[in-house]
Design a protein around this ligand. Structure first.
Ligand code: ZN
Length: 226
């Protein structure tokens, strides 16, 4: 589950000031290249066009999280994405959607995978969802919640593993993320967290194998079509 504590943007004030017209006064030389890259999405007219209800994974159903539970960004242009973070909701699908739509919750993930394999997207991948309880990890990752409970092995169904592996394989393919345990991690492995998900019943070997199989399972171009 996402961190309850609000993952607010501590640089917001300074960035807003700079975008408000102080850039020229400060002098662009004074700004690190990285800082500029993080600034540009706030400038009018440079944001990527967004289509209402669009999803990043074919077949996912769109249900918008509250805009208070993520930060608009333009990944991977402003922040590169090199991690997938696996979560468990500690509850049912409905309650997970409910809290992610609650502006007071302060957290949301990009996706929820249900027991039957259905996938819901709540935050676009280009945006920074507050799911890891660690600002840097939020900025560099895509968060996937899984319906269920860490202490119940029965939460993690074949359909869930298969669907989640397809989703993670697609994310890794899009951003060039290596399919290994350094880059596909549990919430428990995020520095500074006190969360334990996905817990001991989550089968990492099985999951990574499925992700790898899906990654290499792309249809090959037939010789006659060349
Ligand atoms: Zn979590």
């Amino acid at each position: 589950m996402g961190e309850r504590k609000r993952d607010s943007d501590r640089k917001l004030g300074r960035r807003a000031l700079l975008v408000g017209g102080a850039v020229a006064a400060v002098g662009t030389a004074a700004l690190a290249r990285e800082e500029l890259a993080h600034l540009w999405w706030r400038l009018p007219g440079v944001e990527k066009p967004r289509v209402a209800g669009a999803v990043d994974f074919r077949g996912a159903r769109w249900v918008a999280a509250s805009s208070a539970n993520y930060r608009r960004a333009d990944r991977p242009a402003d922040y590169s994405i090199d991690r997938v973070v696996v979560h468990v909701t500690q509850g049912g699908y409905r309650s997970a959607v409910q809290v992610f739509q609650d502006p007071g919750h302060g957290a949301a993930s990009h996706y929820i995978v249900r027991k039957d394999g259905r996938i819901t997207q709540l935050v676009r991948e280009l945006d920074v969802a507050f799911h890891a309880g660690n600002r840097e990890y939020n900025e560099r990752s895509v968060g996937i919640e899984h319906e269920g409970f860490v202490e119940r092995a029965s939460s993690f169904t074949d359909e869930m593993y298969a669907a989640s592996a397809r989703l993670t394989a697609a994310i890794c393919g899009r951003y060039g993320i290596p399919v290994d345990r350094k880059h596909i991690i549990g919430h428990v492995e995020v520095p500074g967290t006190d969360h334990t998900d996905p817990g001991r019943h989550w089968d990492w070997d099985r999951y990574l194998r499925l992700v790898r199989e899906t990654s290499t399972d792309r249809p090959k171009a037939s010789a006659s079509a060349v």
